[in-house]
Design a protein around this ligand. Structure first.
Ligand code: SF4
Ligand code: SF4
Length: 469
């Protein structure tokens, strides 16, 4: 049986490009396109994917370049080490990056979506290419959609989804590498799944999610779920550079042979290549447009083949398309850039205050205190951790007549390895009542210091009031 003839799809502004009139999903198979923007995008995708895959393997001063160690409650970032106490820094980070993105959007629209968003990078840079490799070009894929489930279709679709699952599994391990050090991950991979059921379930879950999102859900994430796309309308203005169609030059449309027609030859190439299924000629700044510039490359190709100037579909401001001069510098940019710089400056300043080592006071094992006649004794452990090799000096102070014994005061710290030093407190019973505390300070050669306190425990004070873990 021949598949039904495909009717040309005409996107309008009244519905999503990925929806049919009856509300069902229209699977989009964007046509192949070449051109300078496509080449640039591919290069950007390759660099981003290479960086993402390589980062978990990179170590700086002996610590992972990027690692969120959830059980250890630490975050390693390019040689710095952060604990839960540094959570406030995320506020400055989000403020700086958020306003930076708003500034970028005000300047050049959704360039982030088309070039840098992981959703685009993986769909266009990996999954769509696998699909084209196994199922063929867009026209062949559309025919395959219409074809009944025979052996040919089962083989192609099955092969494609098997490849998606393999790639998703590999990607899930890359993601896991940001949470588990790679050496530890290698051990998890080589062990039986039953030895690490949580890690196994986590990787399987992420694999399924990636295959579902990049293999099937695709552009629906951008149009239905992504809040950034929804905000676009409020972030751009008539001076923002965005993808658009030059109506003054293109209309009225018509065949190249039609003397009354302007430059648009109504060839639909710009629609055929669009990964979100829209017609850019319906207007720039459409909700679904991710600024991938595929339509720009496609139309330039058509124009050049007709010996006409490229740029009928191009990146320009609304004013530029109307033939008016564009303002580059405008108040909104100053506000966005100012707030972004403020957030990043606060983050930079705060990061400079972060000490690259950490000190915790822990109770000694066994009873919280011991009595020796009228004297009380507490044994504590000073735990030190660092993001790099460092030499620190320990000092301890306790109130009253309490004597403090620190058998080791000069400690050589190694990257990513905790060191422990015992601390002995001894003094008259009265000194170990109330809220009396011992303070321990570690200071490195550059004068950077961290301190921790612990309540001294005695028979007149319950162990529950201890501030040490
Ligand atoms: S690709 Fe260019 S010429 Fe062809 S329909 Fe789109 S705007 Fe018109
Ligand atoms: S309209 Fe053009 S730039 Fe926007 S998503 Fe479609 S092809 Fe990409």
């Amino acid at each position: 049986m021949n598949p039904p003839k495909r009717k040309r799809y005409l996107p309008t502004l009244d519905s999503l490009g990925s929806l049919r009139e009856d509300g069902s999903r229209r699977i989009i198979h964007p046509a192949e396109v070449t051109g300078k923007w496509t080449r640039l995008r591919r290069a950007v995708f390759a660099v981003l994917i290479a960086v993402m895959v390589a980062l978990p393997w990179v170590r700086i001063r002996g610590t992972p370049a990027v690692l969120l160690d959830i059980p250890g409650r630490r975050f390693y970032l390019f040689g710095a080490i952060f604990g839960a106490e540094h959570t406030y820094l995320t506020f400055f980070g989000i403020t700086g990056v958020g306003f930076g993105l708003i500034f970028l959007t005000s300047m050049v629209g959704r360039t982030y979506c088309g070039f840098f968003c992981p959703q685009t990078v993986f769909i266009e840079g990996v999954y769509r290419r696998i699909e084209a490799w196994i199922e063929g070009k867009a026209t062949e894929r559309r025919k395959l959609d219409q074809r009944p489930w025979d052996a040919h279709k089962l083989l192609r679709r099955g092969g494609k989804w098997a490849a998606y699952l393999v790639v998703s599994l590999a990607l899930a391990h890359v993601v896991l590498g940001y949470f588990v050090p790679v050496r530890e991950m290698a051990r998890l991979v080589l062990d039986k799944p039953s030895a690490h059921p949580e890690a196994f379930a986590w990787v399987m879950g992420v694999t399924a999610l990636l295959a579902f999102d990049f293999g099937w859900f695709r552009e629906q994430f951008c149009t239905i779920l992504c809040p950034y796309g929804r905000l676009q309308g409020s972030l751009i203005d008539e001076d923002t550079i965005a993808v658009g169609y030059d109506t003054r030059r293109g209309e009225p449309r018509g065949k190249p042979s039609d003397p009354a027609a302007a430059d648009c030859v109504d060839c639909f190439r710009c629609v055929e290549v669009c990964p979100t299924g829209i017609d850019i000629r319906n207007g720039g700044a459409q909700l679904e447009c991710i600024s991938c510039l595929a339509c720009v490359d496609a139309c330039d190709d058509v124009m050049l083949s007709l010996d006409r100037a490229p740029g009928l579909v191009r990146q320009d401001s609304a004013k530029g398309f109307a033939g008016a001069p564009r303002r580059v510098v405008r108040p909104q940019l100053f506000i966005d850039a100012g707030l972004g710089v403020l957030g990043l400056a606060a983050l930079t300043f705060s990061l400079r205050q972060v000490v690259p080592f950490d000190l915790k006071l822990l109770r000694g094992k066994g009873v919280p205190y011991t009595l020796h006649g009228d004297d009380v004794e507490n044994v504590l452990r000073v735990r030190l951790a660092s993001s790099g090799a460092l030499q620190v000096k320990l000092t301890a102070t306790a109130p009253g007549a309490t004597s403090v014994l620190l058998p080791i005061s000069d400690v050589a710290l190694q990257a990513d390895k905790a060191s422990e030093v015992p601390l002995l407190l001894r003094g008259p019973r009265g000194a170990f009542s109330g809220k009396a505390k011992v303070t321990v300070t570690a200071k490195d050669e550059k004068g950077r210091a961290v301190s921790a306190e612990a309540v001294m425990l005695g028979p007149d004070l319950g162990a529950a009031s201890s501030s040490a873990p």
